[in-house]
Ligand binder design. Structure first.
Ligand code: NAD
Length: 256
């Protein structure tokens, strides 16, 4: 993997990467991978400080640098304040991974207003608030890579997940617009759309549900968090300098 553009040999010069929802699952894998690539990683969490602190220690024990950064992505004022403080201490965010997300499954007929609002607030508006806040510093430094974590469900739809699919499809339109709007400032924006990856989110599926899903995955297995973190690290790196506005499906061929 190509190392980040700033000099990572001195601690003060480490470029900053912010990963939202990083205390567990895909976010934690992405945070660890970016730390290995030489970034100072800001670990965002909403409430589980103990888990986030554990991840910070793990990264530091492996020789990396990490900061804790608490905010609820769904509250725009919290996002603005936290990112202002973060950039004051550590400089502009060079890489933003908007990973925080929730799923509230429901058939459309039973979809409650509050569940629809919550899903859109966290999964779609939360990412927009974070990109808007991070882009201020990126525009000034004329450098940045934004990676939005969408889902295969946002590309192909899924019965029982219409609100989640709407939010995740929304991220694709949003990300392509950001790519067009900020390209002249040397800011790239890409979207990673994971398929079924083994995490707490998929751990809740029954064996019958898992078998049904696996039948629709040409490569025949679920993905691992590392499959996603490698894709993110690539898109963040200078190796992807000519790639923007793209959706990278990491889904075992489930959606082609
Ligand atoms: P997860 O539930 O383990 O992690 C989600 C993280 O987001 C958690 O740490 C949670 O605390 C955090 N979060 C939730 N609401 C937040 C808020 N308001 N503010 C800040 N943080 C908040 O799930 P995961 O499987 O690791 O999923 C990570 C991302 O990948 C999500 O956006 C999810 O939609 C997407 N995704 C996952 C899969 C999969 O198979 N696991 C597939 C496609 C897409």
């Amino acid at each position: 993997m190509t190392s980040p553009s700033a000099d990572s040999s001195t601690q003060t010069a480490l470029p900053l990467a912010l990963v939202t929802g990083a205390s567990r699952g895909l976010g934690a894998a992405i945070a660890k991978r970016l730390a290995r690539a030489g970034y100072r990683v800001a670990i965002n969490y909403a409430s589980n400080e103990a888990k986030a602190a554990e991840l910070k220690s793990e990264i530091e024990s492996a020789g990396g640098r990490a900061e804790l950064c608490r905010f609820n992505v769904a509250e725009s004022s919290e996002v603005d304040t936290a990112l202002e403080l973060l950039t004051k201490s550590h400089g502009p965010i060079e890489v933003l991974v908007a990973n925080a997300g929730i799923t509230i499954d429901s058939l459309l007929m039973r979809l409650k207003d509050e569940d629809l609002d919550r899903t859109l607030d966290v999964d779609l508006k939360g990412a927009i608030y974070c990109v808007r806040a991070a882009s201020r510093g990126m525009m000034k430094s004329r450098k940045g890579s934004v990676i939005l974590i969408s889902s295969v469900v946002g590309e192909m739809g899924n019965a029982g997940q219409s609100a989640y699919a709407a939010a995740k499809a929304g991220l694709i339109g949003f990300g392509k617009s950001v790519a067009r709007e900020l390209a002249s400032r040397n800011i790239r924006c890409n979207i990673v759309a994971p398929g079924y990856i083994q995490t707490d989110m998929t751990g809740a599926l029954t064996e019958a549900q898992k078998d049904a899903i696996l039948r629709n995955i040409p490569l025949g297995t679920f993905g691992s968090p590392d499959d996603i973190s490698e894709a993110v690290a690539f898109l963040a790196s200078p190796a992807a300098r000519y790639i923007t506005g793209q959706v990278l499906g990491v889904n075992g061929g489930m959606y082609i």
